[in-house]
Design a protein around this ligand. Structure first.
Ligand SMILES: NC(=O)c1ccc[n+]([C@@H]2O[C@H](COP(=O)([O-])OP(=O)(O)OC[C@H]3O[C@@H](n4cnc5c(N)ncnc54)[C@H](OP(=O)(O)O)[C@@H]3O)[C@@H](O)[C@H]2O)c1
Length: 326
């Protein structure tokens, strides 16, 4: 077992405390060992630096939920071989390192056209959004999808995927003017500002509302999101970057015949063996053919991980954020 460079969280006082360290490489007899080229950064990494995520590992630990790289070794029957370009899910921690060891069901061959940097930004968000729209949200052809935090990771993923999954229109909600171009570049049909979004949506949809709201933000927008749903609409609860966990007055659901639907992808994958494979079987051809374009992430070198993670916490991140590891 050799040594490797990895990002470590040693204290729970925010992204500034994140450090680059030399630690032992991971090993695992049944695992696929991968030389990591790029590692994705996601909002849970920011929460982890403050001990605010529901998963609370002992310090020191390495954050990072997803990677892309090259297989160094693989057990028989893993479906990948040494030299294969892959993307992989560490799911919660361990990704921001030069080497990871993953169970074979968390490793996916990367289409040739997708770079390591883009590949490290696909799995965590795209599979969440695929799960939210398809499995939980029951998206059907011709529906309209609104997404909050539209210039963020989940947001840009929703804008890239929703049309390929049947949506005929996407409405992106962003907080500031400087994020409009990010949402447009990810494919938004329309972009509106969070301030006053309910009226803007009403105008854009001639009073009808939208079929699905993808909500990674929560907070005080929630009631206006419910009011923005068309009859039969679904509000998908994906996360709470806004901080506050909203409450629902259920008479609104009855009066307007709308649903509030929880979309917790990680937990679903643990209780549904084989689900990740099914998801990738649907997503991979869409990426390989270009029907879904790969993310165009903001790339930081590994040694600037603190800054990269802080950009999610301080809301300056534009699109997906990825670390270049080698
Ligand atoms: N349910 C699941 O299975 C699942 C899976 C993956 C991620 N998630 C969750 O999804 C959420 C989004 O993750 P992400 O990686 O897409 O994050 P991200 O890239 O940082 O995007 C989040 C967006 O939230 C908005 N936001 C509103 N208030 C904010 C605040 N106070 N602080 C920071 N951002 C704020 C920002 O957009 P504006 O500035 O334009 O408002 C930002 O672009 C997180 O809560 C994450 O834990 C859930």
């Amino acid at each position: 077992m050799g040594a490797m460079r990895a990002i470590q969280i040693t204290r729970l006082d925010g992204p500034e405390a994140v450090q680059l360290a030399d630690i032992d490489e991971p090993s695992g007899d049944d695992a696929v060992v991968i030389d990591v080229h790029a590692a994705g950064v996601a909002f849970p990494d920011a929460l982890l630096t403050r001990g605010l995520y529901q998963y609370k590992p002992e310090v020191p630990f390495t954050p990072g939920a997803e990677i892309a790289g090259v297989v160094r070794s693989a057990p028989d029957g893993a479906g990948v071989a040494p030299g294969d370009r892959v993307a992989g899910l560490t799911m919660l921690s361990g990704g921001m390192a030069e080497v990871v060891a993953l169970q074979p069901d968390r490793v996916f061959k990367l289409p040739d056209a997708v770079s390591f940097e883009a590949g490290a930004g696909i799995l965590f968000n795209d599979l969440t959004v695929h799960f939210a729209l398809r499995t939980r949200g029951r998206l059907t052809d011709g529906e309209t999808v609104l997404v909050h935090g539209a210039a963020g990771g989940i947001g840009t993923s929703t804008l890239r995927l929703a049309p390929a999954l049947g949506a005929s229109r996407t409405i992106a909600v962003v907080s500031t003017e400087d994020k409009i171009a990010v949402a447009k570049a990810a494919g938004a049909s329309d972009v509106v500002l969070a301030e006053g979004f309910r009226d803007a949506v009403k105008t854009l949809t001639d009073g009808r509302g939208v079929d699905i709201v993808v909500d990674p933000v929560g907070g005080d927008r929630f009631t206006d999101s419910l009011r923005s749903l068309a009859v039969g609409g679904r509000l998908l609860v994906v996360g709470f970057t806004g901080g506050e966990i909203p409450t629902v007055k259920v008479n609104r659901l009855l009066l307007n015949n709308v649903d509030v639907v929880g979309a917790g992808w990680g937990a679903w994958t643990f209780s549904h063996p084989g689900y990740l494979r099914e998801q990738w079987a649907e997503l991979e051809p869409l990426l390989a053919s270009g029907k879904v374009v790969a993310p165009q992430p903001e790339v930081y070198p590994l040694e600037r991980a603190a800054e990269a993670i802080a950009s999610l916490e301080n809301r300056t991140a534009k699109g997906k954020v990825v670390l270049k590891v080698r």
